[in-house]
Ligand binder design. Structure first.
Ligand code: SAM
Ligand code: SF4
Length: 341
């Protein structure tokens, strides 16, 4: 049944605002081998394993979206590469690249396990990945990630590049932590021929600390960079929220993702599924559709398909992020590690 479905193209997913949904992000686990300060508390309670979609269910779910026109799949988490047997899922999803239904299969990773997996990921068709790297200082790296080791991460990045996978770096701008290091990160990434994207902290999930302490507006980062570097507006777009400049001195590309100060919803072509099969039509809204129940109700995909179509008909026009400076509560209560970045 699934085999037959996989061959059959179905009506594309177009939301009420005419945006066609071509990009799916899938979180495969809420667990992680790091505890980044802006993402998790040190003693996170993770979901019971039975609540997570199995790898087979994740494969069925992705196939249902691919049949309806999704052309780009990003696997994320938590840390996707700590999920047991994750290569099985990548291999299974690679068949959509082979058939031409999918343009890109990619992942966002902290790179801690990349040395082990890089060549196999290349083997199943992964050609580009996003690596999160907030600092190049080993002590700060430990302080930000709590459990991470910079040397292991850099070895992972080397392994990916050696395998033929292009790396794009993401760094969250953090007040008092990496704010004096942004230029070093730019030179590091561009020196390797890689793009760097800076991200503002987003108010997602309770992380125990005062989030307003970490918040560093990218408008400030940008103004400071412009005192030292020449930033030229770039027309480059990925269909995502980043806006790019070219750094004249390095020749490399620098992206800015500013969800709190900028609206990027008009061109949004993406939806997200959590590791428990909850479909979020917008990162900044609470509305959600459960895809796990229809997945588990029947081995046939009819219920799943109907649930996906119904959910996309509810995709909202835009988001509503704010850090409430009085209550200091996040605008959206779930963690980034649940929805995936
Ligand atoms: N563990 C992988 C990683 O770190 O790349 C994938 C999942 S992680 C949740 C995805 C991205 O979300 C990372 O680049 C991380 O820096 C970012 N992120 C996590 N919490 C965030 C927050 N509160 N605000 C902004 N970005 C956040
Ligand atoms: Fe883990 Fe990524 Fe969250 Fe850091 S940002 S704790 S690496 S999921």
């Amino acid at each position: 049944m699934q085999g037959e479905n996989a061959q059959k193209a179905e009506t594309p997913l177009i939301d009420p605002f005419g945006r066609s949904i071509e990009y799916l992000r899938v979180s495969v686990t809420d667990r992680c081998d790091f505890r980044c300060v802006y993402c998790m508390t040190e003693h996170m309670t993770f979901l019971p394993k039975k609540d997570l979609l199995s790898l087979e269910e994740l494969d069925r779910l992705c196939a249902a979206f691919v049949r309806r026109g999704v052309r780009k799949l990003r696997i994320t988490g938590g840390e996707p590469l700590v999920r047991r047997n994750i290569l099985w899922l990548f291999r299974a999803l690679g068949r959509h690249l082979d058939s031409g239904a999918l343009d890109e299969l990619t992942l966002t990773t902290n790179a801690s396990q990349l040395e082990k997996y890089a060549s196999e990921l290349y083997g199943v068709g992964v050609r580009r990945i996003n690596v999160s790297l907030d600092t190049l200082d080993p002590q700060k790296f430990k302080a930000v990630t709590r459990w991470g080791d910079l040397t292991t991460v850099l070895r992972g990045v080397d392994a990916a590049e050696k395998a033929g996978i292009r790396v794009k770096f993401n760094a969250v701008a953090l007040k008092g932590i990496n704010e004096n290091e942004i230029e070093d990160l730019i030179r590091f990434a561009h020196g390797r021929g890689a793009d760097l994207t800076l991200i503002e902290t987003m108010p997602l999930g309770d992380i125990g600390d005062d989030r307003t302490d970490q918040y560093l507006p990218l408008s400030i980062v940008r103004a400071r960079l412009m005192e030292r570097l020449t930033l030229e507006e770039s027309p480059y777009r990925t269909g995502g929220p980043a806006r790019y400049v070219t750094v004249k001195e390095t020749g490399g590309r620098l992206g800015f993702i500013t969800p709190l100060t900028h609206n990027f919803c008009e061109s949004c072509n993406r939806v997200r599924v959590t590791c428990t099969g909850q479909l979020y039509m917008c990162l900044g809204q609470e509305d959600v559709a459960d895809l796990r129940a229809p997945l588990r109700a029947s081995p046939d995909d009819a219920l799943l398909d109907a649930a996906i179509v119904e959910a996309i008909s509810r995709k909202p026009k835009g988001h509503d992020f704010i850090i409430d400076r009085r209550t200091k509560k996040p605008a959206v209560s779930r963690h980034m590690s649940v929805t995936g970045g």
